[in-house]
Design a protein around this ligand. Structure first.
Ligand code: ATP
Ligand code: MG
Length: 451
C-alpha cells in the first residue's frame, strides 16, 4: 500500500532515516488517509531519542514544549510537525495522568499505548503499514475497538471513553461489545476528569453526533453531564410527544446544524422538563416554565464545564426562548417579531428558528412546519425592508439630541431607546426632524429634563 505524505513531513522522515533511525507517520493521519480523508496534521514517531531528533534538526525552527513527553516539533512550510519518540506509559494513579513515560525502540510498543485500534497504526513509505491490532480491518468494518483490555485502558485514562464516543460518531463506527461494555461501566470515572477536557470532548462529540450516537452512548453522556440523567426515560404523557425527553433531545441535536452553540442548546433545551413536570386531571403532562428553568440549569452546567461565557450566554438565551418562533408564527403579527429581532439580533433569531424547527421535527409525531414557515416569511419581509433594529440604525443619536437641547444623562438614553421602540413598532418614521420633535415631547414629560 502507498500513502501520499505532504512534502514537509516526508522530508523530516527522510532526514531521520538518513541518520539511521526509523520514522513513521502515526495515529490520526494514517486513519484519515485510509478513510480517504485529508488529515489536518501529520504526527511522526521515531526510535530517535528527543535529544537526537533535536540534534538532527538543529538548524531548523523547533518547538520544544513537549520535550519531557518525548515530543519535538519541527516547523515546516505546512506548519509544525510533531515527532515523538516511541514510548510506553504506565501506572496511572488518578485515571488522568500516566505515572511514568519510558522511551522504546520499536514501533509496536508505541502503538500499544494508543487508545483505539483505528488510531494505533503507523505508516512509512519504506516500511509499509504497522498495524499490530487490526486497525485497518476495524476501520473497514466500522468497528471501534480499544487496544488491549478495554476496561484496563479506560481505567488508565477515563477521557478515552469520551474520545471513543467522539470517534464512533465522527467515523460512524460501532463499538465492539467489550469496548462498549467497558465504556458504559467506567463512565462514572468521567466525574474525575478535568472539566475543561470533558467540555472539549463533549463539544467534538456534539458536533459529530447523530441521534443514534447520543442514544447508544447515553450512559457516557449522562455521566459527563449528570444533570441530564432525569431526562432518560422521562415520559411526557402528552399526545404531541412520542419519545421520552432524552430520546427526543437526541433527535433535536441531530436536527440542528452542526454549530456549537446550537448543538449545546439542542442538548439542553428540555433539561428543565423533569423538574417542571405536572400531570393534570385528564392525565396529560405539562411543563410550565421549563424553558426558563432549563436556561438556568443550562447555565449551571456550562459554568461547571468552564465553557466560554459567550457560548454559555447564547445557549441560555436559546434555551430560555425555545418555542418562541412557533408561538409568534401562529400569532401571525409582525410587531412581536420586530421586538424579538431588536432584543436578540438577527443571528440569534435565526438560530432560534433552527432550534424550534428541529424541536418540532424531533417529537415523533408528524411535524407541523406551518408556524415556522409563517415566522420565517415575516422575518424575511421585515429584514428586507432595512429595519431599524438598534440605536445605530436610528436617524438621531445622543449628540443630535443634545444639540437640540436635551441634557446629557440617563434620561437621554431612555429617550433614545423609546424612539427605537416606537420606530421599530412602526409608530414613528425613522426621520430626523420627526424624531427630534418626539424626543423633545418625551423630554418635556419628564420634569426637570428639558432645558
Ligand atoms: P484528530 O483528528 O481528532 O486530531 P487524532 O487521532 O489525531 O484525531 P489526537 O488527539 O490528535 O487524535 O491524538 C493523536 C493520537 O494519539 C491518537 O490517534 C492516538 O493514537 C493517540 N492518543 C491521543 N490521546 C490518547 C489517549 N488519551 N490515550 C491513548 N492514546 C491517545
Ligand atoms: Mg490529531
Amino acid at each position: 500500500m502507498e500513502m501520499a505524505i505532504p512534502q514537509g513531513a516526508l522530508a523530516l522522515m527522510e532526514a531521520l532515516e538518513a541518520a539511521g533511525y526509523q520514522a513513521w507517520a502515526v495515529g490520526g493521519c494514517v486513519r484519515d488517509r485510509l478513510l480517504g480523508l485529508e488529515p489536518h496534521d501529520w504526527d511522526l514517531c521515531t526510535d530517535a531519542l528527543p535529544e537526537e531528533t533535536a540534534r538532527i534538526f538543529g538548524n531548523r525552527q523547533l518547538v520544544l514544549a513537549g520535550l519531557k513527553h518525548g515530543t519535538v516539533a519541527v516547523v515546516t512550510a505546512e506548519g509544525p510537525v510533531e515527532i515523538t519518540t516511541f514510548r510506553t506509559e504506565g501506572a496511572y494513579t488518578d485515571s488522568r495522568h500516566p505515572g511514568w513515560v519510558a522511551f522504546r525502540r520499536n514501533v509496536e510498543e508505541d502503538l500499544a499505548r494508543r487508545d483505539f485500534t483505528v488510531n494505533a497504526m503507523a505508516y512509512s513509505p519504506r516500511r509499509g503499514l504497522a498495524d499490530p491490532f487490526g486497525g485497518r480491518a476495524d476501520l473497514k468494518n466500522r468497528t471501534l475497538r480499544a487496544v488491549g483490555e478495554p476496561e484496563r485502558r479506560f481505567r488508565e485514562d477515563g477521557l478515552r471513553i469520551l474520545r471513543g464516543a467522539r470517534f464512533a460518531a465522527r467515523f460512524r463506527l460501532t463499538p465492539e461489545a467489550e469496548t462498549l461494555r467497558a465504556m458504559t461501566a467506567l463512565a462514572p470515572t468521567l466525574a474525575l476528569q478535568a472539566r475543561e477536557r470533558v467540555y472539549a470532548e463533549l463539544c467534538q462529540l456534539l458536533l459529530w453526533a447523530r441521534g443514534e450516537d447520543l442514544l447508544r452512548f447515553a450512559p457516557v453522556v449522562t455521566e459527563a453531564i449528570p444533570e441530564l440523567k432525569p431526562m432518560v426515560d422521562f415520559l411526557q404523557h402528552n399526545p404531541h410527544h412520542v419519545y421520552d425527553v432524552y430520546t427526543h433531545t437526541a433527535r433535536v441535536v441531530e436536527g440542528v446544524p452542526p454549530r456549537l452553540a446550537l448543538r449545546w442548546a439542542a442538548l439542553l433545551h428540555d433539561v428543565g422538563k423533569p423538574a417542571a413536570f405536572t400531570l393534570d386531571e385528564g392525565g396529560v403532562g405539562h411543563f410550565r416554565g421549563h424553558a426558563q428553568m432549563g436556561a438556568e440549569l443550562a447555565g449551571e452546567i456550562l459554568r461547571t464545564l468552564r465553557a466560554p461565557t459567550a457560548l454559555r450566554e447564547e445557549v441560555q438565551t436559546l434555551v430560555a426562548c425555545h418555542g418562541l418562533t412557533r408561538d409568534l408564527g401562529r400569532l401571525g403579527e409582525e410587531r412581536p417579531i420586530r421586538r424579538v429581532l431588536r432584543r436578540l439580533g438577527e443571528p440569534m433569531v435565526r438560530a432560534l428558528l433552527a432550534l424550534d424547527r428541529a424541536d418540532d421535527g424531533g417529537k415523533g409525531t408528524p411535524s407541523e412546519p406551518e408556524p415556522f414557515d409563517a415566522f420565517e416569511a415575516r422575518l424575511e419581509a421585515i429584514l428586507s425592508a432595512a429595519p431599524c433594529l438598534s440605536l445605530r440604525d436610528l436617524a438621531v443619536n445622543g449628540r443630535t439630541l443634545m444639540a437640540a437641547g436635551i441634557p446629557q444623562g440617563p434620561a437621554l438614553g431612555q429617550i433614545l431607546n423609546r424612539l427605537l421602540e416606537e420606530v421599530g413598532d412602526g409608530l414613528l418614521e425613522n426621520e430626523a426632524s420627526l424624531l427630534l420633535a418626539r424626543a423633545k415631547a418625551l423630554a418635556a414629560q419628564r420634569p426637570g429634563l428639558s432645558s
